[in-house]
Ligand binder design. Structure first.
Ligand code: AMP
Length: 366
């Protein structure tokens, strides 16, 4: 079996690494000269809308998937006419546009923060009145890691936000005074079999994922079941195949959908050591038409991203149960260059190890 992957970043690399023991060889399409996934996969160099490069990928693939959601939808459709493409291109369409995405959640009865489409200054003023402050103004497309958004706390903030973001299609969302952010990772196979990882608790700093713990602490069965049921609604509606991540704001007993990613997700990196089957392997299994593996957690895990700088590897590995994943990328400000997963038998040990990691390594969003 030959797997084609659009995108050659760390997610592509970890997918290829998980495909390898299953006897599946991977080829990534990426415009870079030496993308990080090229260490684990063959590499076709080209833009994501370059038909010649796409054709080259088709020739080398029995099935194609993607590792980021900003793949041009036209390219995904073009590929899908030639070779199976999973998750379905429709999932890309939904996740690429925050307005389409929130409307999609709403159509399935999945709660979201209040939102309004903004194209003009007039609509902006009306939406501020309707939704109230604080609120968050976001670009509808190509926003990630907190880019392309501004928090409005007072009417005066509206001017500055409009000056920076105005002129593009936007969405205004009510600011959710959430208790915490959680995500659910689910996977669906080509035969409709599903599996759900336990709820993950995520801490963001400066708009980037800093730390995840799994299973999330103090989560009742009811909350987990609700998140999984919502994910199932999305997957069923899209006839989805592969791993799907949905990020939520938890506000008391309420879960409000923030966004979905039709791919393996940073908040699921702990599954490599912390679950019976990793998200990467389950994604590969799903898109390649294989049975899914168990998504049950093995003990308790904490995941820290390494952002912008390289820690002392020996220092990291001296921490008990620390697993280092270095992506082989040049450190740059706000660039994810690796992650560390700490595995523990129980939640208390996880807290101890995470505290030790922070004390000794002091990971920063640099
Ligand atoms: P996003 O790119 O939409 O995931 O936003 C990045 C981060 O900004 C989120 O993880 C939240 O911490 C924060 N954020 C985004 N939207 C909202 C909102 N409507 N209310 C409160 N915080 C938000």
């Amino acid at each position: 079996m030959r797997l084609g992957i659009l995108g050659g970043g760390q997610l592509g690399r970890m997918l290829a690494l998980s495909a390898h023991p299953l006897g599946i060889t991977s080829t990534v399409l990426d415009p870079g000269a030496d993308p990080c996934a090229a260490a684990a996969a063959r590499h076709v160099r080209g833009e994501f809308d370059d038909l010649q490069a796409l054709y080259e990928l088709v020739k080398r693939s029995d099935v194609i998937t993607y590792e980021f959601e900003n793949v041009p939808v036209e390219s995904a459709h073009w590929l899908a006419e030639r070779v199976p493409v999973f998750p379905p291109p429709k999932a890309l369409e939904v996740s690429q546009d925050r307005l389409v995405e929130k409307s999609f959640f709403e159509s399935l009865g999945i709660p979201t923060p209040p939102f309004a489409a903004i194209d003009t200054r007039e609509q902006f003023d009306v939406a501020i009145r309707d939704i109230g402050l604080p609120a968050v103004l976001k670009t509808r497309r190509f926003g990630y890691d907190g880019k392309g958004q501004a928090v409005l706390r007072t009417p005066a903030d509206a001017e500055a936000a409009w000056a920076t973001l105005g002129g593009r299609p936007l969405i205004l969302e009510g600011f959710v005074p959430f208790d915490r952010e959680v995500s659910v990772l689910a996977v669906r196979s080509r035969t409709g079999e599903t599996a759900f990882y336990p709820l993950v608790e995520n801490e963001h700093r400066e708009g980037m994922l800093y730390r995840s713990i799994a299973p999330a602490s103090g989560t009742g069965e009811e909350l987990t079941e609700r998140a999984c049921e919502f994910a199932l609604r999305v997957m069923t509606e899209l006839n989805y195949v592969g791993v799907l991540a949905i990020e939520w704001f938890q506000d008391g007993p309420r879960l409000l959908a923030n966004e979905m990613a039709p791919r393996v997700h940073n908040s699921g990196h702990w599954t490599t050591e912390g679950a019976v089957t990793s998200q990467f392997e389950n994604h590969v299994r799903a898109v390649c038409g294989l049975p899914l593996g168990s998504a049950v957690a093995v003990g308790h895990s904490a995941l820290f991203n390494l952002i912008g700088s390289r820690p002392d590897f020996a220092e990291v590995l001296a921490i008990p149960n620390a697993h280092l994943h270095w992506y082989g990328k040049e450190p740059k400000p706000r660039r994810k260059v690796g992650h560390v997963t700490l595995t523990a038998a129980d939640a208390d040990e996880r807290t101890r190890l995470a505290d030790e990691f922070v004390r000794r390594i002091n990971p920063q969003v640099a």
